[in-house]
Write a protein that binds this ligand. Structure first.
Ligand SMILES: [Zn+2]
Ligand SMILES: [Zn+2]
Length: 81
């Protein structure tokens, strides 16, 4: 799983401060302003994101464990006594 840190403006790998026309800066700003499909919050500068659509690393991990829980529930359904 590829992990990307969204560099903040002013950081060496980050976009220019303010607005500019650089495609790399534009895509970084768009990524920071995108919403995480898991928690619906902005991804934000400085956040570690992964996957596609990109989501917070912590959200990707918690959704992985949720899927594992779901699989366990399907494999062992509750039987009424
Ligand atoms: Zn720029
Ligand atoms: Zn999230």
């Amino acid at each position: 799983m590829k992990i990307v840190t969204i560099a903040a403006p002013g950081e060496p790998a980050g976009p220019c401060r303010g607005s500019c026309g650089h495609p790399a800066c534009l895509s970084l700003r768009q990524l920071a302003l995108a919403r995480c499909p898991h928690c619906r919050m902005l991804l934000g500068f400085g956040a570690k994101v992964t996957g596609w659509p990109p989501m917070h690393l912590r959200c990707a991990r918690s959704s992985d464990s949720m899927q594992a829980d779901g699989q366990r529930t399907i494999a062992r359904p509750n039987r009424p006594i």
